[in-house]
Design a protein around this ligand. Structure first.
Ligand code: GLN
Length: 452
């Protein structure tokens, strides 16, 4: 009830929820009460969660922030959310997001921008909570839910977490099932939680992850109890600081935060190692070829025939496809589809798509090479603090630069966490990122908790 009334009070300003399922929440909470009373409580019993609106929820509209899916009510549940309900969690509603998870500011949503509950001391302007999981981050930061599901294709869990002073982790690719998660770029998409604390993230991620035969890239590995890693000493761990992440134009405050993080870990007994990830500079262009390419294939299913928006007036089948897509998709999605179709087209496939796949391999190898020397890598989560709504919309490339520190983990399939690490001079939260070896979320949580 407390969360529902928080939502009623703050959602008109923050626009974090696209749908509130208050009745469903009450029914689920009563069932939780009964299980607690009978000594049958699950790991997340009674925890009120917000769900990013790209997880299919049976009987509850799932839009992925797009007019294309407005009114789409899935007949089935995503594996991630089914796992959460199995463990007793309660659904408060569905959270706003960038359209099809394409964006870094939640401004591409068909439901309008999400507003960050934080304000800069320097101005009263509304700030973005980041994206694409902006609804999730804003809702957690403003206490409109205890924790939220999110997804990360190029930083969409970690960047909004950094912008809102919350914790967000993207697990190793394959840990969380993509079944029932609206697809953006299938080789990069991973689900994860946004929470208030590292311990909550460890608890919730454990519930979300499972081997799933319904996802061909799901990993058949046990899911450890990561809460055990939270609070464990980091003494003796070797932490890599990649020199290529010192990017042009990085604000002094971001560098200072990073230095501070290094100092904290040194003080806690870590050994700091200067490392090189030489292909880092190609990560953004590689991501912005691979992700749109996969998106153009994935989003081909929205044809106005099977599900989603269907144009009312069409003179032929081709016209129906074209008009439905022209009406249903927003500008950023169309931009990605054009880029994706272009890089996959007969004349350019080798020059762009195949080349990008080769560079992606190099980026992953850069990480493979340093794992002999270090146990985890420390970087800033983002190159800036939260920016104002409307600020970066004029130029998509400026927006893409936001992902400079986060896309590498997706391209290499590695786990990465963003942990709130302090405030900038305007009083806005900044995050530090810890990247770990594949399947070594334990070390990521351990180092993340030491920075908290
Ligand atoms: N900002 C990136 C993009 O727009 C990443 C989005 C995401 O991780 N879903 O593609």
């Amino acid at each position: 009830r407390a969360f529902v009334s928080n939502i009623e009070a703050a959602n008109p300003t923050l626009n974090a929820y696209v749908e509130v399922t208050a009745d469903k929440a009450m029914t689920m909470a009563r069932a939780s009460d009964a299980r607690i009373a009978s000594g049958d409580a699950g790991a997340l019993e009674g925890a009120p969660l917000g769900i990013k609106d790209l997880f299919c929820t049976e009987g509850v509209q799932t839009t992925a922030g797009s007019n294309m899916l407005r009114g789409f009510v899935p007949p089935y549940e995503s594996t991630v959310t089914a796992n959460l309900w199995r463990d007793g969690a309660v659904m408060l509603g569905k959270l706003n997001m960038d359209e099809f998870a394409m964006g870094s500011s939640n401004e591409t949503s068909a439901f309008g921008p999400v507003v960050n509950p934080w304000k800069s001391k320097a101005s009263n302007a509304d700030l973005t909570p980041g994206g694409s999981s902006g609804g999730s981050a804003s809702a957690v930061a403003a206490e409109l839910c205890l924790a939220a599901t999110a997804s990360d294709t190029g930083g969409s869990i970690r960047q909004p977490a950094a912008f809102t002073g919350t914790v967000g982790i993207k697990p190793t690719y394959g840990r969380a099932s993509r079944f029932g998660m609206v697809a953006f770029a299938s080789s990069l998409d991973q689900a994860g939680p946004i929470t208030k604390t590292v311990e909550d993230a460890a608890l919730m991620l454990r519930s979300m992850c499972s081997f799933d035969v319904k996802d061909s890239t799901s990993l058949d590995v046990p899911t450890p109890d990561w809460t055990q890693s939270v609070g464990q000493s980091v003494r003796g761990l070797r932490i890599g600081v990649p020199r290529e992440y010192v990017v042009d134009g990085m604000p002094a405050e971001i560098q200072a935060l990073w230095d501070q993080g290094v100092q904290w870990l040194k003080d806690a007994g870590c050994e700091i190692v200067d490392i090189s990830l030489p292909h880092t500079k190609y990560a953004l262009p590689t991501y912005y070829i691979v992700a749109p390419a996969e998106a153009s294939s994935n989003l081909a299913r929205y044809d106005g025939m099977r599900f989603g928006h269907r144009a009312e007036t069409a003179s032929s089948l081709t016209d129906l496809y074209e008009t439905s897509r022209a009406e249903g998709f927003g500008a950023e999605v169309k931009r990605r589809l054009v880029i994706g179709a272009y890089v996959l087209s007969a004349g350019f496939y080798d020059a762009y798509y195949v080349r990008a796949l080769k560079v992606r391999r190099r980026i992953a190898e850069d990480f493979d090479k340093v794992w002999g020397q270090v146990d985890a890598i420390l970087t800033p989560s983002t190159p800036s603090a939260a920016f104002a709504v409307g600020d970066k919309q004029i130029d998509p490339v400026t927006m893409y630069l936001n992902d400079v520190f986060t896309v590498t983990a997706n391209l290499a399939g590695l786990p990465g966490i963003s942990v709130p690490a302090g405030l900038d001079s305007n009083g806005l939260p900044l995050g530090l990122q810890v990247i770990g070896k594949a399947l070594d979320e334990a070390t990521v949580f351990r180092v993340g908790a030491a920075l908290e």
